[in-house]
Design a protein around this ligand. Structure first.
Ligand code: UD1
Length: 417
């Protein structure tokens, strides 16, 4: 069993380059099968979810190899259109392959990704988008088979701006004849990154970042070179870590605009933040105050993925902060672990109330999910004594080297086997 061991109380200082975004690279890797040539995807984080995606690509017939921090995907020879259940179960976002495989092969077969640690995560909007394009989608015994050799461009209206459904709709629309207009699309920066990648391959996709995305399908796509954007949630995690324990850090190669709701909350809490070009620096005394209610919502609102790390930063703040989680049902599982460390956080349905305490203390805790696990790291850095975090495989799904990064910033954190 592997653990992270942390000795709390050391302020963070220094500079760090933020890894590429997990939520960009996964759909981009899926999209790489739309090209008949080799795509070079740079600044690709080494994550277990990326390893799973590479396994899926290889299963489909692609040749994939690492070259430094770049992944080279040669999709000239896609021989299969199914994803085995064992790979689907490992990573919920493998559902994004549905639109990509359908686009490339005219048919696709996957098993149902099912629920996950954040609660039920339906894919009805994904399937409705594919059906709107004319795909025949059949759900039987936990598997989904689609045939869509004659998909036609159409208008797709998403009933809510789902990130995954928007990505699946864009990828499938690339294989449909004519124009597709996706309304109420998600506006996350990762959708813009996917659009950039597709356009670099020769696709005609416009409007990402707004709520209407327009795709002209059936272009012949070629290979390309693309650099993945910085991971705004990893950036938020390190900002929250320095805010909570104190110190002065500078994050490099980030897009400050992608983090504005997070930096606004941290400034309210008393941090000094300065953004310039592709850098964000944060200075904190480690003595924060409570902030106005934090309500998670689709981009450009406060990201649900940053809720847990901000909460952990505020556990020792002066005053009371209310969190309202509007995106996922089961997103306060880290709270019981934070309470083991002495935090006073009371969850009630979608709301959690954080009453700041004087001090957190080290404890034996377990990561419950990816971002909840990162929140335990943020709390452990502030705690008196040693914190041991178990079930770190959750954290490793999204953080390429959280131990190396925080060590570089002066934290006392170890990966214990
Ligand atoms: C993506 C991110 C995840 C982030 C989330 C919200 C990836 C790989 N993951 O997940 O880190 O937390 O966006 O920012 O990019 N919904 C439906 N039906 C559907 C699809 C979604 O009801 O068919 C609901 C979900 O239950 C949820 C809401 O829509 O309540 C938003 O989910 P969605 O934007 O789809 O999140 P993901 O794409 O799964």
């Amino acid at each position: 069993m592997r653990y992270y061991s942390l000795e709390g109380g050391r302020p963070l200082s220094g500079e760090i380059v933020v890894q590429g975004a997990k939520n960009s690279v996964l759909p981009i890797l899926a999209a790489s099968i739309l090209s008949g040539e080799t795509c070079r995807i740079q600044h690709c984080p080494r994550l277990s979810d990326v390893d799973t995606t590479v396994e899926i690509l290889r299963h489909l017939g692609c040749r994939v190899r690492w070259e430094g921090d770049a992944l080279l995907v040669d999709a000239s020879c896609v021989t299969r259109w199914d994803i085995p259940d064992s790979l689907m179960r490992r990573m919920r976002s493998s559902v994004i392959f549905l639109g990509a495989i359908l686009s490339r092969c005219g048919q696709a077969e996957i098993s149902y990704p099912g629920g996950c640690e954040l609660g039920p995560r339906p894919i009805d909007l994904h399937l409705a988008a594919l059906r709107a394009l004319g795909a025949d989608v059949r759900e039987r015994g936990g598997s989904i088979s689609c045939s869509g050799g004659n998909m036609q461009g159409t208008e797709i209206v998403l009933s809510l701006p789902s990130v995954g459904a928007t990505e699946n709709a864009i990828l499938a629309a690339c294989g449909a004849k004519g124009t597709t207009v996706i309304s109420n699309a998600a506006r996350e920066p990762e959708i813009c990154d996917l659009q950039e990648f597709l356009c670099a391959m020769g696709a005609d996709v416009r409007g990402a970042g707004s709520s209407t995305v327009v795709v002209e399908g059936r272009r012949v796509l070629h290979g390309c070179d693309h650099r993945v954007i910085a991971d705004r949630i990893v950036a938020a995690t390190y900002l929250a870590a320095a805010a909570g324990v104190g110190g002065h850090i500078c994050l490099q190669q980030v897009t400050p605009g992608h983090l504005s709701t997070v930096t606004t909350a941290l400034m309210q809490a008393g941090c000094r933040i300065h953004c310039s070009g592709d850098e964000i620096s944060l200075e904190s005394s480690g003595k924060l105050r409570s902030v106005a209610p934090v309500r998670t919502s689709p981009y450009p609102g406060f990201p649900t993925d940053a809720q847990a790390v901000l909460m952990a930063a505020l556990c020792r703040s002066r005053g009371t902060t209310v969190f309202v989680e509007n995106m996922f049902e089961n997103r306060y599982r880290h709270v019981s672990e934070l309470r083991r460390m002495g935090a006073d956080v009371r969850p009630e349905g979608r709301v959690a109330v954080v009453c700041g305490v004087e001090q957190l203390h080290g404890a034996q805790v377990n990561a419950t999910d990816l971002r909840g696990g990162a929140a335990l790291v943020v709390a452990g850095l502030q705690a008196q004594g040693t914190t041991r975090i178990g079930d770190i495989h959750h954290i490793r799904r999204g953080y390429a080297d959280i131990v190396g990064d925080l060590t570089q910033l002066g934290a006392a954190i170890r990966d214990d086997t």
